[in-house]
Design a protein around this ligand. Structure first.
Ligand code: FES
Ligand code: MG
Length: 585
């Protein structure tokens, strides 16, 4: 029996095999094919149809997932594209993930979706696959799967939703969700108005309309070259989006014929380009974890310190919320991602190959150049002079922590404050709004035990709410520190991904109320001003971590396999030995 990985490698550069793609099942390849065809003919296919290159389409529609509400139309358009190019499209379901309907967290389930997608690609005969992702964790899961499964792959995204209007003010999910909720907590708006806003924030299907994780990952996928040029930004309900889908279907047939596999596209140069774009977008901090996970599937390590050096010379140019003002549909009107890539040209590897057979540089040159658009700033007039994300080190984060500096308050970037500690999500929920909570505006809010293993699944609770009594006094931002994540749509002076996490014995878990914490973003420092001996004494008193032996199923697999943030929170068993590090500076 041929090993799947070997079989994939055999497929490289060879003619599409269509339905005979898989050789075995019963130890008799001819009988396996005979049976496969007999069953699928039950769907009404002819021998002619079944002799064509088979293009799988990962269908991630779900009634729970409004970000993927347009998937049925995209499937239809992809199928049309496949058939116009002479292939046979076959769609199949995989797990889908919506941020709001993924308990305990979508990050907890991302690796499950990656495993599902990878194994469904392996299990079923297909010469190429088109993956339809959109909502935050779906594109990373699919690209992790594609990198591991190794067959020709085209990524498609569902595209951003349009913006809505609330009493004459333009609103979009979900930066404005947080803004209005903060106003409500601060008693600036009443029950009626918050209910009214709730109707307006998500006016169409599609992904969040700001530079959150979904938009970030769409732009990253286009930069990596695994998605058609210009396709990251087309809104979910535009005809442009359907045309992208049709073209992607046709391209998948060509890629099947040419044997273009993901490892030929997702190269170290492509990842360096993607890291640049992540910084220049003011993109989601989650994007860094996801890029690390995708690269890790191909044996490529992301070097956090080299990424930070890259940040010093990569300004934020895209003026989108939460770092700026505009929304995704505006970026699309401004020419989409190619407008940004054109500005970044001196910093990019323009010879990186993409799925349409052209280099990144050729794709940039082929895109229409708009003069005078308001969304992407020229390189010499950035909205933020440095990259969106900075990497912090210090005794509080020996393996690193990050901050989205472009969305932080300048006056808090250098701060010494007293720790106010919450030991878990439950503790936070119980005490944050307690009128007797001993907290002041210049304190540092610390949330422990929300790391990859801690919660588990690294919830986006790093955006700790401002205590109600301070919010009512007009406090808008405070330094907040955790081992968790933050939504890409959130803003504030928020230190995230502190590693090692509390649940792994990291120093974050040793902080006590009243300890002094020093943050200096310019110096890249995150320090706990407590003597080493005192910390060691606290460490000795920490109760030992409970054994996971009683856990069963996916939870057990997760707890046994999950890696830390700087390793992409992938499963240990899914990462081959690294053979290179990027950025290579
Ligand atoms: Fe799906 Fe924001 S909730 S993209
Ligand atoms: Mg999000």
């Amino acid at each position: 029996m041929t090993d799947d990985h070997d079989q994939r490698n055999d497929n490289k550069g060879s003619a599409p095999r269509g339905m005979s793609n898989r050789l075995t099942n019963y130890g008799d390849a001819d009988f396996s094919l005979f049976l496969r065809k007999a069953f699928i003919k039950g769907m009404g296919y002819t021998d002619d149809a079944l002799s064509r290159p088979v293009i799988g389409i990962a269908n991630t529609y779900s009634g729970y997932n409004a970000c993927h509400g347009n998937v049925p139309g995209l499937v239809e358009s992809i199928k049309r594209g496949v058939m116009l190019a002479g292939g046979l499209p076959v769609d199949f379901p995989t797990i889908t993930l919506h941020e709001s309907f993924a308990h305990p967290t979508s990050m907890y389930l991302r690796n499950l979706m990656a495993l599902d997608t990878e194994e469904m690609i392996r299990a079923q005969p297909m010469d190429a696959v088109v993956l339809i992702g959109g909502c935050d964790k779906t594109v990373p899961a699919q690209l992790m799967a594609a990198a591991s499964a190794g067959i020709p792959t085209v990524q498609v995204v569902t595209g951003p939703m349009l913006t809505g209007s609330h009493r004459g003010t333009r609103v979009g999910a979900c930066t404005d969700c947080r803004r209005y909720w903060a106003m409500y907590r601060g008693q600036d708006i009443d029950d009626n108005e918050i209910a009214e806003v709730n109707d307006k924030l998500v006016p169409t299907v599609g992904t969040c309309s700001v530079m959150g994780t979904a938009s970030t990952m769409a732009c990253i996928a286009e930069t990596l070259g695994i998605m058609l040029p210009g396709s990251a930004t087309a809104p979910a309900v535009y005809a442009d989006r359907l045309r992208v889908a049709e073209d992607s279907g046709s391209l998948a047939v060509a890629m099947a014929r040419d044997g273009i596999t993901p490892d030929q596209i997702l190269t170290p140069a492509a990842f360096e380009n993607a890291l640049r774009v992540l910084l220049a977008l003011g993109g989601s901090t989650n994007g860094l974890i996801h890029l690390t996970a995708i690269a890790g599937r191909l044996g490529i390590d992301i070097d956090l310190d080299a990424f930070d050096r890259m940040s010093h010379e990569t300004p934020v140019l895209v003026d989108l919320k939460p770092s700026g003002e505009h929304y995704m549909e505006d970026l699309h009107r401004a020419g989409g991602l190619p407008t940004l890539l054109r500005e970044l040209k001196p910093l990019l590897h323009l010879d990186a190959m993409t799925i349409n057979g052209r280099t990144l540089g050729e794709n940039i040159d082929a895109a229409t150049q708009l003069i005078d658009q308001p969304v992407v700033r020229p390189f010499n007039n950035p909205i933020y002079a440095r990259g969106g994300i900075a990497v912090l080190r210090g005794n509080l984060a020996p393996s690193g922590a990050i901050i989205k500096q472009s969305a932080a308050s300048p006056e808090l970037m250098r701060h010494l404050g007293r720790a106010v500690v919450f030991t878990s999500l439950e503790d936070l929920a119980q005490r944050i709004d307690d009128p007797d909570l001993d907290v002041h505006a210049d304190d540092v809010l610390v949330l422990q035990n929300i790391g990859p293993r801690g919660a588990p699944g690294m919830p986006e609770a790093g955006y700790i709410p401002i205590p109600k009594k301070l919010a009512a006094q007009g406090v808008k931002d405070m330094v907040r520190i955790s081992d968790g994540r933050m939504s890409g749509t959130a803003a504030g002076t928020i230190v995230l991904h502190v590693s090692p996490e509390s649940a792994e014995g990291g120093p974050l878990g040793l902080i006590r109320n009243g300890d002094m914490i020093r943050l200096d973003v310019e110096a890249r420092v995150l320090e706990l001003e407590v003597e080493d001996e005192a910390l060691e004494a606290r460490r000795q008193q920490q109760p030992a971590r409970k054994e996971d032996a009683k856990l069963l199923g996916y939870r057990r697999l997760f707890m046994e396999q999950i890696l830390q943030a700087e390793e992409g929170c992938d499963f240990r068993a899914c990462r081959p030995e690294p053979h290179c590090r990027v950025p290579r500076s």
